[in-house]
Design a protein around this ligand. Structure first.
Ligand code: NAD
Length: 489
């Protein structure tokens, strides 16, 4: 860590402005609020504190772009080319963007650098896919031709969280643009600077006015105004289940569709024949990545009782060596996003209803105002205990022993969530059996990617939400089907 505050770092900061119809404009009220860095708890810049009137302007700009504007007149291939250009610009600016992400979100620079590669990949993948969404011909009655076409929804709203600000931008907005929608993004107030910078790069890439609009502000003001807006045709939300319910209610009132990605309590199941040398590093990494602030973090380790002592000993040894730090180059664990999140996670640790197995540390030289929490692992946890059921969204692992396959499946499926799971076993039949039995949206066998892979459809069931992001599945979410029946006699 450099021994000066984040405000004195040389960062390429976006202006505290919204992006509306390719113009960079302040909130109409002129209001701004301070952006605090989790690294030191100090303000280092400002963003626009937008109101409903700013959302109105952004939705109007998107509507104009979609209804006959330059955006609507581009071919799918031309849209794709613009997206590839933006992808290249993100890569050109990857280091500046990563430094900005670390300052704004607190994540270790190694992770921020990886995030920028993934963000560019979203625009590359969906840029390449833009002209590859084909329709179908359905055999029907004699004398008829039936075409099934995929059409964009129109104006799509996007509300994203603070945990992967740049990646979430790509994940949510890129497939919508590829399908030809005009978009309005409300990034999270806790971390949105890279989204604003990428907005600047989109204008530089040549996106026509109104294709991409960005309005910053508070969730219960700007976010709410966007989700309830009569002018949007679809909304995509990633965040807490509590807000997810509000988004879905607002969508229902507007008779529009939505996708919700609301987090999880994802299990990794280590059967008695698991390759522990391969599995244990994943048990730790799938949790520690991004400080546990990952919707698909592997937050429960289900371990066959015959392996329990060895796995606990090795996980404990690794956890004890993990140090939350502000180090620029070698940190694996940074601060949490905010004082609120730190309080929440510390509350879970203090009130955990299971024995503490091990705790990591906080480096002695972290800035006093930063939001650092030492990681913690608990076990044996009762599968129904709070620490094994609720999403902590911090570096806290719950370890749970089991005796047989049926019990492992029961425990794995025994929360309100269903996002991701991992199965560690060399037995091929068991791999298939358990993967089929798990109620969630993604299963890894002998591996774990916290949501990993831009190409891979991702999303959950029940309290984890519904709809799919990533892969071609996301293009389908951001479109609807039109069936055209021609009677040619
Ligand atoms: P949140 O749901 O409040 O915020 C997510 C996004 O929703 C932000 O952009 C926010 O501005 C917006 N928002 C907030 N209130 C809104 C409203 N009334 N109408 C419309 N938009 C609104 O999440 P949080 O408070 O930042 O975090 C709380 C908890 O949510 C975390 O501890 C974690 O458990 C969970 N979470 C999950 C994810 C995920 O990736 N699934 C991401 C962030 C947080």
């Amino acid at each position: 860590m450099k021994d000066f505050p984040v405000s004195q770092r040389s960062l390429v900061l976006p202006k505290p402005l919204n992006l509306v119809g390719n113009a960079f404009v302040p909130a109409q009220s002129g209001a701004e609020f301070e952006v605090v860095s989790p690294l030191d708890g100090l303000p280092f810049t400002t963003i626009a504190d937008s109101g409903a009137e700013d959302v109105d302007a952004a939705v109007a700009a998107a509507r104009a772009a979609f209804d006959g504007g330059a955006w609507s007149r581009l071919s799918a291939a031309e849209r794709g080319r613009l997206m590839l250009k933006l992808s290249a610009l993100i890569l050109d600016h990857a280091e500046d963007l990563a430094q900005l992400e670390t300052a704004d979100n607190g994540k270790p620079i190694i992770q921020a650098r990886a995030d920028m590669q993934v963000t560019a990949r979203y625009f590359e993948f969906y840029g390449g896919a833009a002209d590859k969404v084909h329709g179908e011909i359905i055999p029907f009655l004699p004398g008829y031709n039936v075409e099934v076409q995929r059409e964009p929804h129109g104006v799509t709203g996007h509300i994203i969280p603070w945990n992967y600000p740049a990646q979430m931008f790509g994940r949510s907005v890129a497939p919508a643009l590829a399908m030809g929608n005009a978009t309005v993004l409300k990034p999270a107030e806790d971390a949105c600077l890279t989204a604003l910078r990428i907005g600047e790069l989109a204008v530089e890439a040549g996106f026509p006015p109104g294709a991409l609009n960005i309005v910053t502000g508070r969730g219960d003001v700007a976010g709410r105004a966007l989700s309830e807006h009569k002018g949007i045709d679809f909304i995509s939300f990633t965040g807490s289940p509590e807000v997810g319910v509000m988004i879905q209610t607002a969508a229902a009132r507007n008779f529009i569709g939505c996708t919700l990605e609301l987090g999880g309590k994802s299990p990794q199941i280590l059967f008695e024949d698991a390759d522990l040398d391969a599995a244990i590093p994943f048990v730790v990494k799938a949790l520690i990545q991004n400080g546990g602030q990952t919707c698909s973090a592997g937050t429960r380790a289900l371990v066959h009782r015959s392996l329990w002592d060895r796995v606990v000993a090795e996980v404990a040894k690794t956890f004890e060596c993990i140090t939350a730090s502000a180090s620029d180059e070698d940190a694996v664990l940074g601060p949490l996003i905010s004082a609120k999140q730190k309080r929440r996670v510390e509350g879970y640790i203090a009130e955990a209803d299971a024995p503490l197995i091990a705790r990591g540390r906080i480096a002695s030289d972290v800035p006093v105002g930063g939001y650092y929490v030492a990681p913690a692992v608990f076990g044996p946890c009762d599968p129904n205990s709070r620490i094994a059921q609720e999403e902590v969204f911090g570096p806290v692992l719950a370890m749970i022993p089991f005796d047989d396959e049926a019990e492992a499946i029961r425990i794995a499926n025994g929360t309100e969530y269903g996002l991701v799971a991992a199965v560690w076993t060399k037995d091929g039949a068991r791999q298939q059996r358990v993967a089929k039995a798990l109620r969630c949206g993604q299963v890894f066998i002998n591996g774990y990617g916290a949501g990993g892979g831009v190409e891979l459809p991702f999303g959950g069931i029940r309290k984890s939400g519904h709809g799919r992001e990533k892969g071609f599945a996301a293009l389908l979410e951001f479109s609807h089907i039109k069936t055209i029946v021609s009677n040619h006699g």
